[in-house]
Design a protein around this ligand. Structure first.
Ligand code: PEP
Ligand code: MG
Length: 588
């Protein structure tokens, strides 16, 4: 059978996009074309009637959104469903509605024209931010704008389609994604949208394969065509030939077989053949992933990226809101541990500053920004402490590069503890504090830093970017972002040894641990706690259960002594061949 490259290279029917939600699916297409709304800019004669029409359209929109919100809450975790709540708030925004009504009175124009004009102003402001996140939020507003206009025009709302289809569309709003998913949608393909678009986030939550940002899928795909979605690589094959169907059916069969065998591993420990147990924890970005943590038998949450809450809400949550979120998570995961990382804002994440830094990755990010914004930091510390009563919460500081940052943070934490004591609010007296090692200066100083805290966790995503001087999100230099560069391996080995010298537990929570090729190396370097995305846990477990710790140690030493990334990769691949271990990536 042909390999993947051949299948793709020779294909004239292939469309590429962003792999937004993993999985493979072959099914028929429902082309979801949204009728382009024509806006009537005409004058009106009866102002009262126009205003009544507007009120009616707003109330209908609210009813529709309430329905979407209810389904979203049923299908997804509450916080994520909150995007619909945000849309409902727009429907109640007194300033916006006041402006629209007074313009109808003054200008005597059709309400749909004024609604379009007023809401578009909001969107233009958001689009000016030039950020993927804000652009995606501008799309959410497009949804509510079109909904009101459609209701003003008394047009139909498509929310039901034939079951078991792949939906192909120009773009999808969060509401479309949720509503259509009730018809057992098999997959999503869109022309627009990125990884952070809600359609993508929702597809991942609902486990529906999706390829987004294809630019031209709707031009090449017709209603009822059969297509293949490869959500692992971001490919779509339109009316696939026999060879392609055979190729992907074989992949699907293997995938199903693999998932079955992985399910069988669920209650087995992640132990090497010679008895070394590795703790596999989960990285959680959004609380909705918690179910995956449970189903994949994670030993706890090794990294909870709290800045994602800000991403989802579009604002910094209050202390009370945070207490609720952290307490819920802590209870759900209890008695397993939950490592809450302080907001890692800055770099390419949530835009917090009202000015642009020339080098955001080297600027006010993580702990630096928190210490500059004490009020926000204190409210998070207080929230985490207040939520810690189950005694399973630990607190982790991101982007540490100096002793001073740790000491300053500990002082603030102690002050918050004192405040709570005075307020007679309970918290865990054994509350553990850790740091992330993700900056080279911190890596070199591991021993000294580790002595000041209870645990450390290595963030390879940033560590590699800063060690290699390669922006982790820049395509132009992505070939230099080398996780197997000998400098990375030597740094990891140094951190592990120094942490052990300081008698402090060390874990690794970067994406590197999710690369199955890296696992024997990481185990060989002495790491016994890996935190990875929950869906990759079974794959990692499978590798760990098929290697020998003694052999992995020798592999670690061999790689440590290598001079090039090529040599390291060769040694890792040979290790897999010699021990007859199949890697997931080869299977899929
Ligand atoms: C890391 O840098 O490896 C890490 C886990 O943090 P983030 O990816 O959130 O920067
Ligand atoms: Mg990081």
């Amino acid at each position: 059978m042909k390999n993947f490259k051949q299948i793709f290279k020779e294909a004239e029917n292939a469309i590429t996009g962003i792999a937004a939600a993993p999985g493979i699916v072959i099914a028929k297409v429902y082309l979801f074309t949204k009728e382009k709304l024509e806006i009537n800019e005409g004058d009106i004669t009866n102002v009262e009637e126009a205003k009544n029409n507007l009120t009616e359209a707003l109330s209908k929109s609210k009813k529709e959104l309430n329905k979407v919100f209810a389904i979203a809450k049923e299908k997804m975790e509450g916080k994520r469903a909150a995007i619909f709540e945000a849309q409902m708030m727009i429907l109640d925004d007194p300033i916006l509605l006041g402006n629209i009504n007074s313009r109808i009175e003054k200008e005597k124009k059709q309400p749909e024209y004024i609604v379009n004009d007023e809401i578009s102003k909001y969107q233009s402001l958001m689009a000016l931010a030039h950020e993927a996140y804000m652009n995606d939020r501008a799309n959410d507003i497009e949804d509510i704008k079109n909904r009101i206009i459609r209701n003003l025009q008394k047009k139909r709302w498509v929310s039901k389609i034939k079951n078991d289809m792949i939906v192909v569309s120009d773009s999808l709003t969060p509401a479309d994604t949720i509503l259509l998913s009730r018809c057992n949608v098999k997959g999503f393909v869109t022309d627009h949208g990125g990884l952070t678009s809600h359609a993508a986030i929702i597809s991942r939550s609902l486990n529906i394969p999706a390829v987004v940002g294809t630019h031209n899928a709707t031009r090449h795909i017709q209603d009822n065509d059969t297509i293949i979605i490869d959500g692992f690589h971001g490919f779509v094959f339109v009316n696939p030939n026999e060879e392609q169907i055979e190729f992907y059916n074989a992949k699907l069969e293997k995938l199903i077989g693999l998932q079955k065998s992985l399910e069988e591993l669920k209650d087995q420990p992640a132990k090497t053949v010679d008895g070394k147990e590795i703790q596999l924890m989960a990285n959680v970005d959004v609380t909705g992933e918690i179910d995956l943590v449970v189903t994949n038998d994670a030993k706890g949450i090794g990294l909870y990226r709290t800045e994602q809450i800000i991403e989802e809400l579009g604002e910094i949550p209050s202390e009370d809101e945070q207490v609720k979120i952290y307490s819920n998570l802590s209870t759900r995961i209890y008695p397993k541990p939950l490592v809450i990382r302080a907001f890692d804002i800055g770099g390419d994440k949530f835009k917090f500053l009202d000015f642009t830094e020339p080098n955001p990755f080297l600027g006010l990010r993580g702990i630096r920004l928190l210490l500059e914004n004490e009020k926000m930091f204190r409210s998070q510390i207080r929230a985490v402490l207040r939520a810690s009563i189950n005694k399973n919460i630990q607190f982790m500081l991101p982007m540490i590069s100096t002793v001073r940052e740790i000491k300053h943070s500990i002082t603030l934490i102690n002050e918050c503890k004192n405040e709570l004591k005075h307020e007679k609010i309970n918290y865990d007296k054994d509350f553990k504090i850790g740091i992330m090692i993700e900056v080279p200066s911190a890596a070199l100083l591991t021993y000294e830093l580790a002595c000041l805290v209870d645990f450390i966790s290595i963030g390879t995503n940033d560590l590699i970017q800063y060690l290699m001087a390669v922006d982790r999100g820049n395509d132009l230099v992505s070939d230099l972002y080398q996780e197997f560069h000998p400098a990375v391996i030597r740094t990891l080995s140094h951190i592990v040894k120094e942490a052990k010298k300081a008698k402090k537990p060390v874990s690794l929570c970067g994406e590197m641990a999710a690369d199955t090729l890296a696992i024997p190396l990481l185990v060989g370097l002495g790491l016994t706690n890996l935190s990875i995305s929950p869906t990759t846990i079974p794959y990692a477990k499978r590798i760990i259960r098929s290697i020998s710790y003694e052999k992995a140690k020798i592999l670690g030493e061999d790689c440590y002594a290598s001079a090039t990334v090529g040599e390291v990769t060769e040694k890792l691949e040979k290790f897999f061949r010699d021990n007859s271990i199949t890697r997931t990536r080869n299977i899929i």
